[in-house]
Design a protein around this ligand. Structure first.
Ligand code: SF4
Length: 83
């Protein structure tokens, strides 16, 4: 039994592939969270975002030259945007 505790945060990270220009700045800032794909776009790794990753995630979102990264508190599931 592992007594492993993690601060589990319900943060939603979305990268808009239409806006991402593949600078990989986000990956340089938070390599655990952002990974570049073969499509030369950033993707969000399938991991739990822990409290100590948060600052880097926020910094990456701020530093993204294309503003392709959106962060949201996942307090209400997904919102369907307009079609
Ligand atoms: S920093 Fe922004 S534009 Fe660059 S790879 Fe990351 S999401 Fe894409």
């Amino acid at each position: 039994m592992g007594g492993r505790e993690r601060a589990q945060l319900s943060m939603r990270i979305v990268i808009d592939p239409m806006m991402c220009d593949g600078h990989a700045l986000c990956e340089a800032i938070a390599p655990e969270v952002f990974v570049m794909g073969a499509d030369e776009k950033a993707h969000v790794a399938d991991i739990e975002i822990t409290a100590d990753m948060l600052a880097a995630v926020r910094e990456a979102a701020m530093m993204c030259p294309c503003q392709a990264i959106s962060l949201g508190e996942d307090d209400r599931g997904q919102e369907e945007s307009e079609r």
